[in-house]
Structure formats: C-alpha cells, structure tokens
Ligand binder design. Sequence first.
Ligand SMILES: [Zn+2]
Ligand SMILES: [Zn+2]
Length: 580
Amino acid sequence: MSEQLQHKRHTLAHLLAAAGLQKYPEAKLTLGPAIDSGFYYDIDFEGDVVSDESLKEIQKSMKKLLNSWTEFTHKEVSKEEAISLFAGNQYKLELIEDISEKGEPITLYTCGGFTDLCRGGHCEHPNKEIDPDSFKLDKVAGAYWRGDEKNPMLTRIYGLAFESKEELSAYEAQIEEAKKRDHRKLGKELDLFTFSELVGSGLPLWTPKGAIMRHELDTFIWQLRSKHGYQRVTIPHITKKELYQTSGHWDKFADELFRITTREGKEYALKPMNCPHHTQIFDRTPHSYRDMPQRYAETTMVYRDEQSGELGGLTRVLSITQDDAHVFCRMSQVMEEFDRVWDIISTFYGTFGFDLRVRLSFHEPTQMEKYLGTKEVWEKAENMLRQIAQSHQADYFEAQGEAAMYGPKLDFMAKDSLGREHQVATIQLDMNLPERFDLSCINEKGQKERIVMIHCAIMGSIERFSAVLIEHLGGNFPLWLSPVQVAIIPVSEAHIEYAQNVYNTLTGVGIRASFDASNESMGKKIRQAKKDRLPYFIVIGDKEVEAKNVTLEARDGASEQMELSQLGNHLLAMIDAKVL
Ligand SMILES: [Zn+2]
Ligand SMILES: [Zn+2]
C-alpha cells in the first residue's frame, strides 16, 4: 500500500472514532490502524451492541464530519497531561505508560476538534484528500484488547477504503466473487473433501472425487520431477526424539510437535517435516562426487499441532500433504539444481494460468551474526539465484532479511484469476542440516567435502494448493484434472444400449465417464452435469443411435460432433496436452 493510501486509511480510523463517540459518548477508544483493505478501530462500548443500523449512522456522520476535517495539528505533551486527558480510559492509560517506558515522545493529533493519542501518519488536509465515496464501514467483529484472550473483549469496526470510488467498487465485486468461489463451499458442492467431528477439525477427509484430483496433481508433479532425475523415497510418519534433537526441530517446533510416548516410556514424535528423515537415507552409505546430486522426492503427510481457533477449511490444517523433495548436492551444483526446480515450478503453475512473481529472499548484510555460513558463501549463493531469475526473465524482486537463517531462498507468488496473490512454491538452499548431520561426499581429490541441501516442494501443501486452485478455477477443473470428465446422458430407455456402448468406449481407454441411466428428465441430468462443473457431457438420442456418432458438449457451451470411433482419442489428446 502506498504511503498516501496508508495515511488516508489511518485518518479514516480517527474519523470513525470521532463519529463513534458522537453516537456513544461513553465509549472508550483504544487503537485504530490502517490495514490491507482499509482500517479498523477497536472500541470498548461497555456492553452496547453496535447494530447494522448504528453502523450506517456512524458511517453517515463520518461523511458529514469529513467536511470540517480541514487540517491535522499535533503537539507533544507530558505524561501527566496525557494521563489527565485520558483519565478513565484504562486502554489509553496503558498505552501512555508503554510509550513513556520506551522513552518515546507522547503526541496528540487533532482534527475537526477531535483529539487522539497517536504517533502520526495522516492526510494533512483530510477533506481535500479523501473522496467521501471512496470508503465505507464494512462490519463489526469482536477483538480482545491487544489480542490477548485474558483481556476484555472490544468491538472492532472495520472500514473499507481505497483511492477512489471505482477501486472500492472493484474490491467489493472481487470479495463477492471470492465468496461464490470459496473452496469450503465448492469443496462441499463438488464433493471433494469433508470433515468429521469424530475425526476432528483441521483433519480433512478426501472423498473418492477429491482423491482423484489429488492423485492427478501429484502424478503431474512426479512426471515433471522424473524428467529431472528425481527418485522416490518413502519414510515412516514417526521418529525417535533424537532425530529432531540433532536437526534442531525438537526446539524449533516445540509447540507444534505432536509427541508420542510409547508404553516403554520412549519419546517419539509425528513428523512436522520430512528433511531430517531424508538425510538418513542419503547418509546410509558414503557418496562419491560421481553420485552427486541425489534427488529424493516423496509426497507424504506431515503433522503440526495448530491452535484449534486457527483452523479453517483447507488453508489451516493439522495434517498437511507435502509434495516434498530434497536435493543433496555440492555447492558447485546448486545453480543447475535450482534451475531444474524452477522449470518444474513454471511448467506446473503455467498449466493453470497462474502468473508467477518471484521473491529472492536474501540475507541482511548488516546482521551476519544471524546467519549460518560465511559472507562469501552467502554472496556466492545469492548471485547464483539472481542469475537464475535473470536467465528465466522472471518478474522478480530482492528482499533483504527474508532469508532463512540457514540459506537464501526463492519464493514464488502466484496471482489468481481474481487478482489475489498467494505464496506458493519455494526453493531453499540449506547449509545447516548437512552440517548438523555431518553430510558429505568424497571429492575428486579424495577429500571429504561438505554438501548442501535444497528443499523444493512444488505445490507446497496439497491442501493449501487445492484451496487456491479451486478458487482460482471457480471449481471448473480442466479435463485432465476433473474427477468426472464426461457425463453420458441417454434421452430415454431406447437410447440406453448405445449410451452404454459410448460409456464403455470411454472407460475402456481410461477416461473417467459417468453414465446416468436414471428416470430423471434429460434437462435435469444436463443441469446436474453443469452444476457438477463437468468439462463435457454427451446426450444420446435417436439421431446419435442412428448415425453412430456423438456430440461432445463443453460446459462453456461449445459443441462438436464426431464419430464414436474418434471420441476416445480426441479426449485423450486434450488430457495429454493438459488443455486448460
Ligand atoms: Zn493517528
Ligand atoms: Zn525440507
């Protein structure tokens, strides 16, 4: 967000507070920052409930007040002055205490006769800079003071604010569309996954249709990986504590680790990641430089104990399926290996029409003590990543300080069809685990050489990626990915035999067809096929039976007629090409 927009949004938070106080003079103000889509203010209304009706009234008075908000002024005050001004408001008093403890100046900002404790960052002339049609109040929610559930519950009033009325409308339209495409709603309608109270929240159960979708995605990734020399490995889902003590995850994942104590009192854990296990496969035998790199891939679940309040749909789950891979290689091979993964990522995301942007997450040169490895190694590695980004003519930017402590990374961001950006794949260089597990190869001179690891999941989490993909496509999966690819719909009894023949022809070549021989009307069956967002359906009537042909009708309304003998190959060619 631009600084100007940020100032505008924060100014509107002040305006909201002023208008709120007009209606509820006893209310206690707390904090009101700018956020991504606008602003909010947390207010203690002391039991008063802010209805939709009152929200409208407050919005109306905000617009009225705006006319008189001509200029912001500010002054620094002593702690005593501030305390007397906000006497009776325990929240502001707490803030004043914090500010003075940090030794920072206490400042008051005033506009249109309304004064608030604030650090600044406003429009200088709100009435001139803010279009009254470019903002509106959105909704009311509860929020604990300072996010701590031990504190009192406040009322948070959210507002939307953009540069112009048009941008505000565009944002609202996007939110409306996003609601229709919500993966939780579509996942249910398309019967892809479900949750059971008995199994627990955050533990999605994949239905037969959902399992097909996952399998197709994973098979595609595997096809791409196998071209680049990846090999499959398989590991157990639990491990002794000692593995994670060596890797450092016992401490790092302390809160998120599902722990198991055996009947003999031994401590195990469910894996929160796969890398430590994979190091032990690499380390099963000494490696010559001629064996390098070793590329291990495995699609498997990891488990992280998230707080139940944070679970929702497929985006926050306890059981996460990773299409994980680790490359064990020499430092001199890093560039080529990153390049290979980049190819896989751009092919995969390109297939779905995502636009990718890449963040080169680099170290912060002034804080070398935060990182493992020497400055020279980091600079060399980062230069390689930069060269790769340039050679792919990628839309990239560099972010200093975003690296992991153990190495720089490439973070890919995908823009979906609604213009929202999601962080998806990452490729990470890791100089830490090989050190901790003493991983090496024997180089040309017969010496032990420390190797590095590359972590490279393509989808990352299949659950999260599925959520992004379902919403990006609005549930309209391409033919190759669709759990049911073609519906065969006979018009009446007389057409069942030929329809069965068409069905057998398709399933015989591995196409996922459905055959609806029920007594429902043809119109209803077609509506159902469209509701299920099937890529194609074929209606079989007198004409088709007589001519021994079929008319393939697409969900977008296009249709083409062909001989039954051509149908299978026609569809297989589109499946093979992964036509979107
Ligand atoms: Zn302010
Ligand atoms: Zn890893």
